[in-house]
Design a protein around this ligand. Structure first.
Ligand code: URP
Ligand code: ZN
Ligand code: ZN
Ligand code: ZN
Length: 603
């Protein structure tokens, strides 16, 4: 505290008003523990127009200190200063709200939120969702509005969805998704799926990266005859990704072998949902993960493995990340120097004595640790907390709701994935939220191959990761922020605009009460689907407030969302995983000692 707090005289000419209105673009979150991926502190957070302006303990007092300092400067008469000091101080102690004055006038509307005893954290970012996705002649029941509303109710304030090309065309696919996303109520970004490769796709990939804000491309090694790519196409794609500074992502299951496994199950008469899991065992996930990792190593480009569901896949990632990082062959493509990212300098956020302003210029770059081969592993909530037992449930609706690919594995895999998340082998948690209702799931009542794949999770992720990982003591609160938000922002190059509570960041904030509890069921969830794979689960820790783009959208168990309020977030290429890749390529090449045309025919 400071000396001014003790004096009491009349209200001063600084004219602080009493704050009332709730429809405000100014927020003060008081008294909470602000958590970022690398530190936590008791601090207040002040938000204006969707941007975090200041993060400091006792902001209210700092504000007045600044005001007094200004008065002292503008008044040569010292007694005048003392006079004002007293007046201001009186005001400070009478008000229980903080009227910060960043731009001049005091007394604007500020909504004050008390976060005492709670955690104030960056809103979750879900790196893996499928909203309004078409599959098997139907479409997921959650679209960009309902899926995002559910996300906000669960503390997630941004997601990255997968654009599916139209007949292989990326531009046509993006157009479709831009249309779907118009009803968005929270910020979102896009990955782009690659299903074929030719000159047009190659050119369009460049357009996506340089003009459309997409910095990642996903290759399906499964779903034979639909989305699956072969090794030749994967290699072409990896090379192109490297040249553009885009991140290659893989759905890693051996699609040819899965196809065989499915036929075998049907031959055996195993047509129920358990047949889905039995037809695509962990070794096929391990094989494809290993293959993708080695091919990415061959090209020497970073790789992101989506929905790591098994010990088999996780161990391949662990091995790659522990390996010596050095090109294993002559790089197929030497990457150009990274171009500047999109990160913009924040608005002028000078706030007197509050000086923790992030000064990001257009070339500021942020790094995360990487070791060995640059491979990222993404577990999803279902893989971390569920097991395959319910696939054998006697009720088809119950059993089929767990059908997703790769399958939810036998118990033991989940626990191993949790350990891998806590020890850094896996880096961030997604959901693969892709929901079909029980009517749609019933398309496959006679044949598991016709059950649309996918489970829910966009609303449950933040709670389940908290309960499973933090409440159990497996990770710290700061690591929670890293795996649910910050690491995703870094990988997709939108940090610190997203994934941080620092001045200059977007005001995507959650307040989690660790003493409160959550309960999940299909009756009360906000998704449009009629089932929930986490039905009946309870746990510790509750997201009580969600702030998205500076607006309070979730409070007192009530959602206040507006279609169209979400923004498309462009993501720049050359994330931190690309650092050093060009130098490694060059030094490997120069170390080869292999002369060109060493032998020549004499004829
Ligand atoms: O079953 C799943 N995962 N459905 C969504 C598509 C995918 O493979 O990510
Ligand atoms: Zn004080
Ligand atoms: Zn997938
Ligand atoms: Zn997916």
């Amino acid at each position: 505290s400071n000396q001014f707090c003790k004096t009491e005289i009349g209200i001063g000419e600084v004219g602080c008003g009493i704050i009332s209105s709730s429809s405000t673009t100014k927020l003060l979150i008081k008294g909470g523990t602000v958590v970022n991926a690398h530190h936590q502190e008791f601090a207040d957070v002040y938000v204006e127009d969707g941007i975090i302006v200041a993060v400091e303990p006792n902001l209210r007092e700092l504000y007045y200190v600044r005001l007094l300092a200004e008065l002292a400067e503008s008044n040569t008469k010292f007694d005048r200063f003392l006079h004002e000091k007293s007046r201001v101080t009186y005001h400070l102690d009478k008000l229980d709200v903080f009227p910060p004055n960043v731009s001049g006038s005091v007394g604007d509307d500020v909504k004050v939120i008390d976060a005492t005893g709670k955690y104030v954290m960056p809103g979750g970012i879900d790196p893996h969702t499928h909203l309004a996705m078409e599959a098997l002649n139907t479409e997921t029941v959650d679209d960009f509005f309902s899926g995002q509303a559910a996300a906000l109710a669960g503390g997630t304030t941004m997601h990255i969805d997968f654009v599916i090309p139209v007949n292989g065309s990326l531009t046509a696919g993006l157009e479709v998704y831009e249309e779907k996303a118009k009803k968005s109520c929270m910020d979102y970004g896009f990955h782009m799926v690659i299903t074929k490769f030719d000159d047009i796709v190659s050119r369009d990939m460049e357009i996506m990266v340089k003009e459309r804000g997409i910095n990642s491309f996903k290759f399906f090694l499964a779903y034979k005859g639909v989305l699956m790519v072969n090794d030749e196409l994967l290699l072409e794609g990896l090379k192109r990704c490297k040249s553009l500074g885009a991140l290659a992502m893989v759905h890693a299951e051996n699609g040819d072998a899965v196809f065989e496994g499915q036929k075998r199950m049907i031959q055996l008469g195993i047509t129920g949902p358990e047949g889905h899991a039995l037809s695509r065992p962990p070794l096929l996930e391990g094989e494809a993960t290993a293959r993708a990792i080695r091919l990415a190593g061959f090209v020497n480009t970073p790789l992101y493995v989506v929905h790591v569901m098994s010990i088999d896949a996780m161990e391949e990632i662990a091995r790659a990340r522990k390996s010596d990082y050095f090109p294993k062959c002559v790089a197929l493509f030497s990457s150009p120097l990274p171009s500047p990212t999109f990160i913009k300098a924040p608005r002028n956020l000078s706030f007197g004595t509050v000086n923790r302003v992030v000064k990001c210029t257009s070339t500021t770059r942020f790094y995360s640790r990487h070791i060995g081969q640059r491979v990222i592993g993404e577990p999803v909530v279902s893989g971390l907390v569920l097991d395959d037992s319910r696939l054998w449930d006697s009720d088809f609706t119950t059993a089929s709701k767990y059908v997703m690919s790769p399958p939810i594995r036998a118990s033991g895999h989940g626990k191993a994935l949790q350990s891998a998340l806590s020890n850094g082998v896996l880096q961030l948690v997604g959901t693969d939220h892709c929901v079909f209702n029980s009517t749609q799931k019933a398309f496959g009542i006679d044949d598991f191959r016709k059950i649309p794949n996918g489970v829910n999770g966009i609303e449950e992720r933040m709670h389940l990761v908290w309960d499973t990982m933090v409440e159990s003591g497996q990770i710290s609160v700061t690591d929670y922020v890293r795996v649910t938000s910050t690491e995703c922002a870094k990988i997709f190059n939108i940090y610190p605009r997203k994934g941080a509570i620092i001045a200059g960041s977007d005001a995507d904030i959650i307040i989690l009460n660790p003493h409160s509890s959550f309960e999940i069921n299909a009756r009360s969830h906000h998704s449009r689907t009629d089932t929930n794979v986490y039905e009946g689960r309870r746990g510790k820790g509750k997201v009580e407030v969600t702030i998205a783009g500076g607006r309070v959208v979730w409070e007192n168990n009530e959602l206040k969302v507006v279609p169209g309020s979400g923004k498309y977030i462009k993501m720049a290429p050359f994330n931190y995983l690309f650092s050093g890749i060009d130098r490694a390529d060059a030094s490997y090449l120069s170390s080869l000692n292999a002369p060109v045309n060493r032998f020549k025919s004499t004829t």
